[in-house]
Design a protein around this ligand. Sequence first.
Ligand code: SF4
Length: 286
Amino acid sequence: MKEMESPAEGSAHPYRSECERCFGLCCVALSYTKSADFAFTKEAGTPCSHLRPDSRCRIHADLRVSGFRGCVGYECFGAGQQVSEITYAGKDWRAHPELAAEMFRVFPIMQQLYEMLAYLWEAEQREETLPIRDGLRHARETTEALTRLSAEALALLDVPSHRAIVKEQLLQASALVRAAAAPQERSSGSRSAAASRRGSDLIGARLAGADLRGAELRGALLIAADLRGADLRGTDVLGADFRDANLCGADLADCLYLTQAQVNAAVGDAATKLPAWLNRPEHWQS
Ligand code: SF4
């Protein structure tokens, strides 16, 4: 469900969706409810009426203006091609309806595993995480091994237990990155507007020009927040909700755990700095 992107950008990330290698699984397996993000309600396992027989989206270029912003803000991290090509060895749910129900159960499980892989890979790339590099690599390799399980085994996988192990590694990496990025006065203990805001309600917050270096915005609600020109270097934004957040001129190049889906859901411009592996959405101002 990702937006059209420049092929020259973002090519270095190994965990990213490649829709042309997938059976359109996110457009069938997942449910969504009529809202500001989806124009109509769809049950899990039912193909979206906009899904073409070739597994491409009929309204791909117009998702945002057609009431499907939720599709723009979704990322499978490569789970779709793994399920389509590896787990089911190229057997499409259309040609093999006997596999469809199981495939649609397996896909969201695989998506969770690939999301973990994407975060672990990113944490591994950071020089600040050198002290825990072995743990991060072990967690990633263990997670990769799970993605190669059979469909039957995947359907029975205890994802929450594995996620707890991965979460611990990601939190350790976050602490190292944030400590290195935080301004001196904050790391020495003084209070600051950029103190930990894990899970905070920052909907519509006025944070233009804010110094958020090394802050913890994990799970924060930043819907429609004004982050123009804000400095988010070394900021943990895992799971933060950036829908309609204004990132024009903001520096997110060194942000931690920022995903393409988060970027796609936000507003930005040519001056917004992004990590090298993320693409600048087409709907952003030039
Ligand atoms: S609108 Fe397009 S991208 Fe969204 S679920 Fe339907 S087919 Fe998929």
